[in-house]
Design a protein around this ligand. Structure first.
Ligand SMILES: Nc1ncnc2c1ncn2[C@@H]1O[C@H](COP(=O)(O)OP(=O)(O)OP(=O)(O)O)[C@@H](O)[C@H]1O
Length: 374
């Protein structure tokens, strides 16, 4: 999912350099337990598994030496099984949980150096969080819940209600403005949570498993809502989930965590096509590869008589769509970028992807020379 429009939000620094990452995290640790400070940087402890570390020291390394950047305008998914450290990691970004060691910057500004006032600003204006349990105020109407973030920012009543009304409409809750949260379905309540976060126009939206309590159909609806909002606004999003299909559907990039550490960070296609280890391979085993892998990865070099014939596909066309094109035409398709044929896909290349026996992009031509790098 790529943002259609690039827009900067929040702090004035954000407007300075659109190419700079929103978050830059280096060597981050969060250790819970006695004398937690002794764990990061200690080679002996670093070699232990989570269980061994707990046994030896009484400490849990919820986040272990994690480094990554969140790019402006991307949906950055943090995925992992229960207990892998996702929530702890995302909470350290705004210091809802204090890290044990490492560095965190937002728009180049050191988060760990922020004083109380600056932190409050970071949490109230620059970022907004959407939680699994919605976190709504039960005695307030939908409209007042949506306006809540604006109220604590000190915005006047008329102005904040007008703004909240716009956002209520944006997330499809019009007509329900005066209801209380208990008079809404789970999906509607989560729309209120989403609207409340959007109302403050944050630079980054942080989602902590927002849809995991919803039934599958409503969940799908909400995922589509997030995709739509992201397309419309291009806002940076950090999205925690333990659900692989949700991660694949939403993520521009996915960071897969295990036992506090990062196992792999890449696009959905990179993770499915090139799992970093057996753990990731196991994780993605049941993913329909043709729905994630593109023809850029599936193509082979064109023979001399193929370069001018066959339908043209863009390099990011999914294999599932290329299968249809090849089946319809009965011949190979060309992968074309800026008028140049990068390669071709045919029945056997596409079937190899479906069967999981593709070996990544073939980057040599018939004479063994390097062609289009992927
Ligand atoms: N306050 C705490 N004190 C001690 N240990 C903690 C604390 N908070 C979290 N942990 C431990 O840190 C590890 C990571 O927890 P965390 O909640 O970040 O994982 P998660 O991936 O978000 O899990 P879930 O998907 O179940 O929410 C777990 O082993 C957890 O028990």
């Amino acid at each position: 999912m790529t943002a259609a429009t690039e827009k900067t939000h929040g702090s004035p620094e954000a407007a300075k350099d659109p190419a700079a990452p929103v978050f830059a995290v280096r060597d981050l640790w969060k250790v819970f337990g006695p004398k937690a400070d002794r764990i990061p940087g200690n080679k002996e402890y670093a070699a232990l598994s989570g269980a061994e570390l707990r046994e030896r020291t009484g400490c849990t390394a919820a986040v272990r030496d994690v480094s990554f950047e969140v790019k402006r305008g991307e949906v950055f998914v943090v995925m992992g099984l229960s207990g892998s450290g996702k929530s702890t990691l995302v909470r350290t970004l705004t210091r809802l949980i204090e890290p044990t060691s490492g560095t965190i910057a937002i728009d180049g500004e050191d988060v760990l150096a922020m004083d109380k006032n600056r932190l409050r600003e970071l949490r109230r204006r620059q970022t907004a969080m959407v939680f699994q349990n919605f976190g709504l105020l039960p005695h307030r109407s939908v409209l007042d819940n949506v306006a809540y973030g604006l109220e604590i920012q000190g915005m006047g009543k008329a102005e904040r209600r007008a703004k909240a009304l716009q956002i209520v409409e944006k997330v499809g809750l019009q007509g329900l403005e005066e209801r209380r949260p208990t008079q809404l379905s789970g999906g509607q309540q989560q729309r209120v949570g989403l609207a409340r976060a959007l109302a403050v126009d944050p630079e980054v939206l942080l989602f902590d498993e927002p849809f995991s309590a919803l039934d599958p159909l409503i969940r799908r609806d909400m995922q589509e809502e997030v995709v739509r909002l992201h397309r419309e606004e291009g806002r940076t999003m950090v999205f925690i989930t333990h659900d692989l299909s949700e991660a694949l559907r939403l993520g521009d990039r996915i960071m897969l965590m295990r036992d506090g550490g990062v196992v792999q960070l890449g696009t959905p296609e990179e993770i499915v096509a090139n799992p970093a280890d057996e753990y990731v391979r196991d994780f993605v085993r049941d993913v329909p590869r043709e729905q994630v892998i593109s023809v850029r990865r599936a193509m082979r070099p064109a023979d001399s008589d193929e370069a001018e014939s066959g339908a043209a596909l863009a390099p990011d066309t999914l294999v599932v769509d290329a299968i249809e094109a090849v089946a319809r035409s009965g011949e190979h398709c060309r992968v074309v970028e800026n008028g140049r044929t990068l390669g071709v896909v045919d029945h056997s290349r596409l079937l190899a992807v479906v069967a999981g026996i593709d070996e990544g992009p073939d980057t040599t031509d018939t004479e063994g020379k390097e062609v289009a790098a992927v």
